[in-house]
Design a protein. Sequence first.
Length: 99
Amino acid sequence: MNVRFSHRAQRRAAIVAAWWRANRPAAPDLFLQELEEAKRRLTDQPHPGLVYEAIRGRVMHRMLLRKSNQHVYYTVDEAARVVTVQTIWGARRGHGPKL
């Protein structure tokens, strides 16, 4: 499977990475390391996350990055062999993103 990031997911990853570097000096690259590991997992096994909900006929999955406490929301197109990360959202927010 190929893993792609939507523009929204790219923006969110940059925001979270910048916040992490500024506010977590003991582990400034932890979020990016977890995100890379998640990308490898999705490449090998595109369904490690939970089914979050169905939106406009697409099944949205969610995977937790445990150490950085961020959720990765993604869709899987089996026919095209593509996983698209739709967004990244803080798990502590108490609500999911607007999808």
